[in-house]
Design a protein around this ligand. Structure first.
Ligand SMILES: O[C@H]1[C@H](O)[C@@H](O)[C@H](O)[C@@H](O)[C@H]1O
Length: 551
């Protein structure tokens, strides 16, 4: 049984969350080969860290960092598509070749998001390399398309790959990370997505004047490169130790963990923190297997039962956390700005190329820069404070824009100051989003589910991202046409609800191991506790803390 004693100052809000039981008072940390173990006087509540959080922590985890960066290439692929497509849709060759209506164009854009949703949900079925191959096939189809139907088909197929990768990359990162830098490492997914947006946007921007179809074939084709690198790289990445334990491969899991924690295998066998981490994984795997032994010979029924467990009374809280963080991430309105930003800027009185650069180019860069504070401080400050500050700032920015449009809409020319305040609000919003719901949206869903449900839970949460993304894309133009002020009012209200949700419902997950989070979220701890006791975990913890157990 562990507790949320972060030697550094993770918010006390964790204790205010209804999902987490209140933690026992913190204990003095014991230094263990560079890491720390803090044990409560009762000998059964503890927390541990292999090293510091933030930048120093990332520096101390070079190999895990490299693996996570590599895995995050999955995020790059979908960010790139978003960045590129905005440009492709207005390229001269593209528009004259296929002079289609708004509806077909909308379908062509949105079909990727629907593909992504199915890709995320079915990620568990396809093997790694096949998912990647599906993505490359989709990209190739788009690049060599001879008709709009082929592009649309290519985007639907590519979407399956992008969706699967967008779910699997962060899941893998969560499973290989040590507790003290898991938030920072998972935030790399967001960094990659937004980097993809920036690169995609500027690539399209640079090739837009190339003659003929190369103007759009080049940027669409380039996305195959990260796909190929990722495909080749999956052969070199170490397997998730948690998955190996679940599959009963203890030795392989230890070898993988030793590599990730930068210890020679022989040393890892006796390293106290590695031993604790291994025992925790084993305890969780045993508990979960006892709780849900899979019946043999009925794979479809078992699969359906496994999905149904997400809605079981015991897990529904976590399922809602995963689904709702993505819901609020999308209803914050970030993609309304990304997809329809130029429209908004035109509403604010800007025109031509300025509009384009200000919005699409500018907001992507702001979003990209905003991820860095999240990477550096997410584990130190905790997830909840980021979400709360972020949602309040986003709500305030949206509401101010709504008021300004209401007051000065249609006569911006006479109110230059109001225009610039509105533009600043767009950037404030983007920065606040980029530090909060952007990265945390990819962190929380990969932390709150227990081992056996983690894949399906993350898949459902990612599907929620894509489905809501799709709806936003669909309704925003109509909303804007109807009333731009109302559009911002709607997103502002969603941000305010997100604040209430982050304050009262979200559990703090910073700085504790994935198994600890599971312990905390499982309202009755008894089974895992007993298994942990049987495996000798508490004896080991007491021994390491210099306690002989007599109390
Ligand atoms: O986290 C990402 C990121 O913020 C992207 O810019 C946005 O387009 C995605 O929908 C979102 O999931």
């Amino acid at each position: 049984m562990r507790f949320n004693d972060h030697t550094e100052s993770v918010s006390a809000e964790a204790e205010a969350s209804p999902l987490l039981p209140s933690s026992p008072s913190p204990a003095k940390p014991v230094n263990l080969r560079g890491g720390t173990l803090s044990v409560h006087p009762d000998g059964e509540h503890y927390s541990y860290a292999y090293g510091p959080t933030g930048l120093e922590g990332l520096r101390a985890n070079t190999y895990t960092l490299r693996c996570a960066m590599f895995a995050s290439l999955g995020g790059l692929t979908f960010g790139y598509d978003q960045g590129v497509i905005a440009n492709v849709l207005v390229m001269e060759d593209f528009v004259t070749r296929w002079p289609v209506g708004a509806w077909e164009r909308g379908l062509m854009t949105a079909v990727l998001e629907l593909g992504c949703m199915f890709g995320a949900l079915s990620a568990g079925i396809l093997a790694d390399k096949i998912r990647d191959a599906v993505f490359c096939l989709g990209s190739a189809l788009q690049t060599w398309a001879q008709s709009l139907t082929q592009i649309t088909q290519g985007r639907a197929i590519g979407g399956l790959g992008v969706g699967a990768l967008s779910m699997l990359s962060p899941l893998y990162m969560a499973e290989i990370s040590p507790p003290e830098v898991r938030g920072s490492l998972l935030a790399l997914e967001q960094l990659s997505i937004v980097l993809g947006c920036v690169v995609g946007f500027w690539t399209g921007f640079l090739t837009r004047n190339v003659t003929g179809s190369l103007s759009w074939r080049i940027p669409l084709g380039l996305q195959i490169i990260p796909g190929i690198i990722l495909g080749l790289g999956t052969f070199a990445l170490p397997a998730s130790p948690r998955l190996l334990v679940l599959q009963g491969q203890r030795e392989a899991a230890l070898a993988s963990l030793a590599k990730l924690r930068l210890r020679p295998l022989s040393e890892a066998r006796t390293d106290p923190l590695v031993q604790i981490e291994m025992l925790e994984m084993e305890a969780e795997a045993i508990t979960l297997q006892r709780a849900s032994p899979t019946g043999e010979g009925r794979p479809l029924r078992n699969e359906a039962l496994a999905w149904a467990r997400l809605f079981d009374r015991r897990y529904i809280d976590r399922t809602l956390v995963g689904v709702m963080i993505m819901f609020f991430q999308q209803w914050s309105g970030i993609n309304a700005l990304i997809y329809y930003g130029p429209l908004l800027m035109r509403n604010l009185g800007f025109s031509g190329g300025t509009v384009y650069l200000l919005v699409a180019g500018g907001t992507n860069i702001v979003q990209f820069l905003a991820v860095f504070p999240a990477i550096l401080y997410m584990d130190k400050w905790g997830r909840k404070p980021l979400l709360r500050i972020g949602s309040v700032t986003m709500a305030a920015s949206h509401l101010l824009i709504a008021l300004l449009i209401f007051e000065f809409g249609g006569e911006w020319g006479n109110h230059a100051n109001a225009t610039w305040i509105a533009v600043s609000c767009v950037y404030f919003f983007t920065a606040a989003y980029g530090m909060s719901f952007g990265p945390v949206g990819w962190v929380l869903p990969n932390e709150v589910f227990p081992l056996t449900l983690r894949g399906k839970g993350a898949a459902l949460s990612t599907a929620s991202n894509w489905l809501n993304n799709f709806f936003i894309g669909l309704i925003t133009p109509a909303l804007m046409e109807n009333s731009p002020a109302l559009t911002f009012g709607v997103f502002g209200s969603a941000c305010f609800l997100a604040y209430l949700w982050a304050t009262h419902i979200v559990p703090e997950t910073a700085n504790v191991s994935l198994e600890t989070i599971d312990d905390h979220l499982t309202h009755q701890l008894t089974v895992t506790d007993q298994v942990e006791r049987d495996l000798g975990l508490y004896d080991l913890v007491r021994e390491l803390s210099g306690d002989n157990g007599e109390r």
